[in-house]
Design a protein around this ligand. Structure first.
Ligand code: NAP
Length: 312
């Protein structure tokens, strides 16, 4: 079977594309690696998506988006795409479970959290190291937690963690935050938040669970080992140091800039019939509201492309 549109990724961009494409009666498939959501699922509060009030969380918002896309007939499959052939008139996506053919492809693969890259980080992920406060904050009830980073995500998630943790220390490599001033102010006024300035994490240690971490002051070069409170046992480390676009599949196939996909304002990539939407593309604001807008535009342009290039 040849789909009109195959969308890779089921975050807000992919789900909005799925909604618009299926509403336009295009035969639409959304391929997602694990489960729907993308990064927004890791967000406890979505206060800046228009209309999303009354304690809207990332997961509730995404669940509604999934329901809405499926209501209009978009199909969903869990599969990991391993290879793409995008040049031909019919695009071919090879997954672990199956092969998918489509007249158009919308790339909405988003971006993944950047890792600190220090010894111990990988081994202790899920064992004290977490990239999702919403998912894991409850494990650190009344314990100590360290957040790494100085951007909006680090500071906002740090504040969220104070609802659970006894103390949250934000470790930042410079002496001032990158986060928006309004977000900074709230953090500075929060008694449970402390800051460790001009500091980087060098190593995370522990036997099956985080027990200590070595940090280095970038100005003085001095290293310190932070050891978990004996009564607590472990502590939590939440790195929020930015994101890396998920574009490995498209290297050498679609035009990229610093790893992000280059599109025009109609979400068209340099390959006819291939569109990109959301955080994966070069853009100035990566938010749910801009991701969903991208998805809508990409789907409408895909429909236009099909009308112009296929006469069946
Ligand atoms: P970001 O703005 O890129 O900030 C990353 C932070 O991590 C920076 O403070 C950076 O330090 C630090 N960092 C980067 N690499 C590091 C490393 N290897 N070791 C230690 N620290 C490192 O990322 P983000 O906070 O995830 O935000 C991403 C985008 O989403 C931004 O555009 C942001 O505005 C947006 N966002 C918006 C909201 C909101 O509007 N409510 C919420 C979350 C995110 P330096 O400052 O020294 O570079």
């Amino acid at each position: 079977m040849i789909y009109d549109v195959v969308i890779i990724g089921a975050g807000p961009a992919g789900l909005a594309a799925g909604l618009y494409a299926s509403r336009a009666r295009l035969k639409t498939l959304i391929v997602e690696k694990e489960k729907a959501g993308g990064q927004i699922v890791t967000t406890a509060e979505v206060a800046n998506y228009p209309g999303s009030i009354e304690n809207a969380t990332g997961p509730t918002l995404v669940n509604r988006m999934v329901e809405q896309a499926e209501e209009f007939g978009a199909e969903k499959v869990i599969d990991t795409i391993k290879e793409v052939e995008l040049e031909g008139k019919i695009k071919v996506l090879k997954g672990e479970k199956g092969e998918y053919q489509a007249k158009t492809v919308i790339i909405a693969t988003g971006a993944n959290p950047r890792k600190i890259g220090c010894p111990g980080e990988e081994e202790l992920t899920g064992r004290g190291v977490s990239y999702c406060a919403t998912c894991d904050a409850a494990f650190f009830e009344d314990m100590e937690v360290y957040v790494v980073g100085g951007g909006d995500t680090a500071v906002e998630e740090g504040m969220y963690l104070t609802k659970f943790a006894r103390k949250v220390t934000i470790i930042h490599r410079r002496d001032e935050l990158r986060a928006a001033k309004s977000i900074q102010e709230k953090a500075f006024n929060n008694d449970k938040i402390e800051f460790m300035w001009e500091t980087v994490v060098e190593e995370i240690k522990g036997d099956g669970i985080v027990e200590s971490m070595v940090v280095r002051n970038v100005k003085t070069g001095e290293t310190t080992e932070i050891v978990a409170d004996e009564e607590d046992g472990p502590f939590g480390i939440f790195p929020f140091i930015g994101f890396i676009p998920a574009t490995g599949l498209f290297e050498g196939k679609v035009e990229l800039e610093d790893g992000y996909i280059v599109t025009d304002e109609d979400m068209k990539t340099n390959i006819p019939g291939v569109f990109a939407a959301g955080d994966v593309r070069v853009k100035s604001l990566r938010q749910v509201v801009t991701a969903t807008a991208d998805g809508a535009i990409a789907a409408v342009q895909a429909e236009k492309y099909i009308n112009e290039n296929f006469n069946d």
